[in-house]
Design a protein around this ligand. Structure first.
Ligand code: FMN
Ligand code: FE2
Ligand code: FE2
Length: 407
């Protein structure tokens, strides 16, 4: 566990976590950090915690002692968000101290009681403050549905620090650099990518509420944004606000100037058309990504489709429906409410077809409002006429993408 001073009397405790399925689903190839914050006035508060703190009270004790915090002096646990990646440590903390007050929203209070059986809770509303002494004053600001209904920001007034919890978070392990102004260009690029993965995997379904939370964060004078996952922003806190605004637009059809080919093929017939499509994309100078389902991780699949302005769905008919791994991927995208993408499908069939009907059902069921170029289906192996139609479809897709591009 790392201990980083972020201002006088404020420390971050951060832990890199790997080899886990985040939320039990997302295979996060580059790990994630869990950040917790200690604010010391005359009294001491911990804002969010680190999952389990490895379950051993002695480790928690030792880590706190190393930054001169005596666990017995911790009076307040601020729960910005009750999801157990931030609150799971409460049951370990109570092994070293059982007398503390939990500070959270009314909605979180109900969850704290039902998950942990705790009832010494101070419920806070918009603008309520907690004076810790020695000039440290926290205020609390609910941001519901980011991404649970209970979430709030905490803000420390003397240091102008916004503790934003999941908001402005990113996946990706942190090395020796923790602040935006320490990052190398490579690290900046890494965390932009991991921010997109985080937003698309965890947050995107709640995009309208995230937009409200972005607006709310703009009301504060901010020296540092201190999220629950990923880097801290003090050099240019506005950048992460702008990035999150851009991501919110990706959720509704905008994207980078790239096409993602979401594909699957049993015996290579659709594969022949994909090879042809790649030649066209290269000729047209369009950057593209390929996601072969079901080999690609769910996390990477969602993130890559999410950030692309154009999508090619390439998949055959299977048992009168769309090739199942591709159908499942599209359904997942739909459940995440990733709407408005420009897209084009082609694929092979043997005798009846049926893929097309299921694709329409998936788009309709999830109200995806994708801007579809008419599909091209071919019997068995694609022929010269099919290639012509596929080329025309790709060119139409590139045309549709043009006004959706936001880098
Ligand atoms: C398990 C299985 C189920 C299939 N079901 C259908 C079907 O319901 N209707 C149809 O027209 N073709 C069906 N096909 C035929 C495929 O769509 C056809 O072989 C196509 O060329 C496969 O494309 P691919 O080589 O890209 O996988 C099925 C093939 C397999 C192996
Ligand atoms: Fe969360
Ligand atoms: Fe979280």
């Amino acid at each position: 566990m790392k201990k980083i001073k972020i201002a006088d009397g404020i420390h971050m405790l951060s832990m890199n976590v790997e080899d886990m399925l985040f939320e039990g689903i997302w295979e996060i190839a580059n790990g994630v950090t869990l950040n917790s914050y200690i604010v010391q006035g005359e009294k001491t508060a911990i804002i969010d915690g680190v999952i389990g703190w490895d379950g051993i009270p002695e480790t928690l004790y030792k880590n706190l002692e190393e930054i001169n915090v005596h666990p017995k002096d911790i009076d307040y646990l601020i729960v910005n968000h009750m999801e157990p990646d931030h609150s799971g440590w409460i049951s370990n903390f109570e092994k070293i101290k059982d007398d503390f007050t939990i500070v959270c929203t009314e909605k979180a209070a109900k969850l704290v009681t039902s998950f942990y059986g705790k009832d010494k809770i101070q419920v806070v509303k918009e603008g309520d403050t907690l004076d810790l002494g020695n000039g440290k004053v926290l205020s609390f600001h609910p941001v519901p549905n980011v991404h649970w209904p209970d979430t709030m920001y905490s803000y420390e007034h003397s240091t102008k620090t916004l503790f934003s919890c999941d908001m402005y978070g990113a996946f990706g392990k942190m090395g020796d650099h923790h602040f935006d102004d320490e990052m190398t260009p490579e690290e900046e690029e890494f965390f932009e990518k991991e921010g997109i993965r985080y937003y698309s995997n965890v947050m995107t379904t709640f995009t309208p509420m995230l937009r409200k939370a972005i607006e709310k964060s703009k009301e504060f004078e901010i020296n540092t944004i201190a999220p629950g996952h990923g880097p801290l922003y003090r050099g240019n806190p506005e950048k992460i606000m702008n990035d999150y605004t851009r991501f919110s637009n990706y959720a509704e059809g905008a994207g980078k100037n790239e096409i993602t080919i979401l594909w699957g093929s049993m015996y290579g017939m659709t594969g022949k058309a994909i090879a042809f499509a790649e030649e066209i994309l290269k000729r047209e100078g369009v950057k593209y990504n390929k996601l072969e389902m079901p080999l690609e991780s769910e996390s990477e699949m969602v993130a890559t489709v999410f950030k692309s302005a154009g999508i090619i769905i390439a998949a055959p008919t299977y048992e009168y429906k769309l090739f199942p791994p591709v159908a499942a991927a599209l359904d997942e995208i739909g459940r995440k409410k990733i709407t408005g993408k420009a897209a084009f499908r082609f694929g092979s069939y043997g005798w009846s077809g049926g893929a097309e009907k299921e694709l329409a059902e998936i788009l309709e069921r999830n109200r995806m409002k994708w801007d579809m170029v008419p599909s091209v289906e071919f019997e068995g192996s694609p022929k010269a006429g099919d290639f012509e139609k596929i080329e025309a479809g790709i060119l139409e897709l590139i045309g549709k993408m043009k006004d959706k591009i936001v880098e």
